[in-house]
Structures are given as C-alpha cells and as structure tokens.
Design a protein around this ligand. Structure first.
Ligand code: TXA
Ligand code: MG
Length: 355
C-alpha cells in the first residue's frame, strides 16, 4: 500500500530541528513508521507497545515474521518497562556502554507485545547515543522498536538516501541526519543464557572492551560466523540465519596478505576480461589494481573504523554500476576489524578464496 513519505533534513538549527523531531514523534504516537539516524545505521521505528504499528515494520521491510526487533530507549528507566531479572552484570555494561552501540538481551516483561519479540521470552534493548534518535524516543514517550531501515536482505542504510531507495512510499517519514558514525550495527550480547554473556553479533563494542567491565569474558556465540546451512541448532539471534547485506553483483572475498590478494584479484580480472568486475580495495592497495575494474576504496587497513563507516555505502554504490562480480580484500579478524569482516562474510554468502 502506497504511503506518502515525508523526508526532512536535520541541519543543526535548534528550532526547526525540534519541529521535525516533534512531527516524527507525533507519527510514532499515532502508530506510524519513522526512519531515523542512529550512530550505527538508520532504524525504522514504531511504538514498541503498539502491535499494529510493529506489524507494519515487518510489511514495509519484507522482514521474516520470526526475526525479532530491538526496542530502543532514551533513559535507563525505560528498561524497566521492557525487561525483568536485570542483573548487576547488565547494569555494569549499561553504565560503561550506554548510550552507545550495544544491544543487550533480557527476559521480557509480559507487557511487551509478542509482535516485537516474535514470541521469544526475551527482548533486545538498546539505548542509542545519536541525539536525534534519543530525542525522537523521548518525545514519543515510548520505547521505539526498530530494525535497520533497509529492505530485508539489502545492506543496512548508513545514509538517508539508502532509506529512500528501499522504503520511500512505504513509510510515513524519514529523518535525514547525515551519515551514521559507526556504519555497522550494534554489538548484541545475550545475558539470558546460563554462564557467561554471549555475543550474538559483533560490533563496535568489542569482546575486549566488555571483558574489561565484567569479570568474565564474553564468549562469541558458536554460530555468528558460520554459514547458516552449517548450523546444527537454530541461531539464538534469529536474524542470523537469513541472507544479509548482499549487493546485486556476486561478492567474493580474497583472503591473504594485501599484496597477494591484490595479485590474485588482478589475475582473476585478466582471466575474465568480458566480465565487468568491481574491487573493494583499501587505501594501501587501491593503485595496485587493473584499471579495467571499478575500484572503490573502503579506507585504510590501519583504521578498520573507517572501513566500517564506508562499507555498506560502497556495497550500495556498486549496485549503481554495471559490475557483475566484486572481489574484496580481507582484514585480519581482530577487534573491530572482526566485526567488519563478519558483515563482509555475510554479504559474500561466505564465498572466500584463500591465496
Ligand atoms: O545498530 C543496530 O542494532 C540497529 C539500529 C537501528 O539500532 N538495529 C538493527 O536491528 O541492526 P536489526 O533488526 O537489523 O538486527 C537485530 C538483530 C537481528 O539479527 C535479530 O534476530 C536480533 O537482533 N534479535 C532481536 N531480538 C532478539 C532476541 N530477543 N533474541 C535474540 N536476538 C534478537
Ligand atoms: Mg538489519
């Protein structure tokens, strides 16, 4: 069903910006859908306590019905409306990393609609740092259920124009707040499992950072970097079993040192001269490639944060070219670079050439 979509840009003017936030908050209160920036990626928000509004999120995104949503809060008090059995460990993590790019999974209160949690006994909660997101939640007066504001399966949106591409005419409003600071989605940590907290999705808040705050180290879940078909048990974060972030062209990762990977990619380009090829390169390597390819620089290998910031935007930029295949370099999987590689591996459907 076509909907008139209002697009408003926040420019830093306190008066007009607040008008925009209030207009968006009215839409949330009325049961509508608003896309808004966060420090990770754009979210598609609805009143988490309005089941009809939450259902519209699934329709607009084409999201599978068993993939639960994160509830976003703007003050710690709101956590009490959503979660029960909040442990000291959770409070310590909240004190250290909220507001920020960390999502925690708690047992949910009865009052949380099953439409948000998709009938799980748990609820994912995040307190974003982005001021527009926080003000929108505050002025809406309710927790805001929000997945990433992309069509299911597409790269997450890091610019308002990505949301426009995917959801214009399907949602009520888009707040354009510029490019998201981190560029990849929040770290998800599950605090409901017996034993130590388990990371379900890596992000900007790394295992190393969390283990400095809580005495037991968080363990990465056994399945977050495994091909969905190789799983023996269903993943704890249901979203993990679906195809993610895929550009239109086939994406293949080439693992090896920067120089070996670049040489191998050049051989592949030369071996298939009639195939339009793209390369996801780095600052250090971009000039090593055959210029017959469409080369995009994701950022320096020295600063994986820069690569995370650019990654989804570049995957979408490749969609605007005529490339049929994209080769990407591989980063060493440590700290934040491991989170970036997690997204790239999913985007590539785990197709990796080792050189
Ligand atoms: O950074 C982010 O987290 C962004 C911004 C908008 O906040 N949101 C986001 O939401 O990435 P989404 O829906 O694209 O990804 C949420 C992931 C999904 O894989 C989902 O399965 C998982 O979180 N999830 C949500 N609720 C869960 C729960 N109760 N238990 C386990 N996993 C859950
Ligand atoms: Mg998503």
């Amino acid at each position: 069903m076509a909907t008139q979509t209002i697009v408003k840009r926040i420019t830093g003017n306190a008066v007009t910006d607040m008008e925009i936030i209030l207009e968006a908050a009215e839409i949330i209160k009325r049961g509508g859908l608003v896309a808004f920036p966060t420090e990770t990626v754009y979210g598609l928000g609805a009143n988490a306590f309005n089941p009809q509004a939450v259902k519209k999120i699934f329709e607009a995104k084409g999201r599978p019905q068993d993939n639960p949503l994160i509830a976003h809060i703007s003050v710690l008090d709101m956590l009490d409306d959503l979660a029960r059995d909040i442990t000291f460990k959770a409070i310590d993590l909240a004190k250290a990393f909220w507001p920020g790019p960390l999502t925690m999974i708690f047992f949910k209160k009865e009052t949380v609609p099953d439409e948000v949690s998709c009938n799980l006994p748990t609820i994912a909660v995040r307190f974003p740092e982005n001021e527009i997101a926080r003000l929108l939640i505050e002025k809406s007066g309710v927790p805001v259920a929000a997945p990433s504001a992309n069509l299911s399966g597409r790269p997450s949106p890091t610019l308002a124009e990505h949301v426009i591409e995917d959801l214009y005419g399907k949602i009520d409003m888009i707040i354009d707040g510029g490019q998201c600071a981190h560029g990849i989605e929040s770290t998800i940590v599950d605090l409901t499992l017996p034993g130590q907290p388990v990371i379900l999705r890596p992000g900007s808040i790394t295992t190393e950072m969390m283990s400095k705050v809580i005495s037991e180290c968080c363990s990465p879940s056994a399945y977050f970097d495994v091909k969905p078909i190789e799983l023996n048990t269903p993943p704890k974060a249901p979203g993990m079993k679906y195809t993610h972030y895929a550009p239109k062209a086939k994406l293949i990762l080439v693992s090896g040192t920067a120089i070996k990977a670049a040489s191998a990619i050049n051989r592949l380009i030369r071996a298939n001269p009639s195939t339009k090829t793209g390369v996801l390169a780095t600052t250090e390597t971009k000039d090593l490639y055959d210029t017959s390819a469409v080369i995009k620089n994701a950022g320096s290998r020295e600063t994986p944060e820069e690569i995370g910031y650019n990654l989804f935007r570049i995957l979408r930029e490749f969609d605007k070219t005529d490339v049929e295949i994209i080769y990407s370099e591989f980063l060493e999987e440590e700290n934040f670079a491991a989170s970036v590689m997690n997204r790239l591996k999913k985007a590539a459907g785990y197709e990796i050439i080792n050189v």
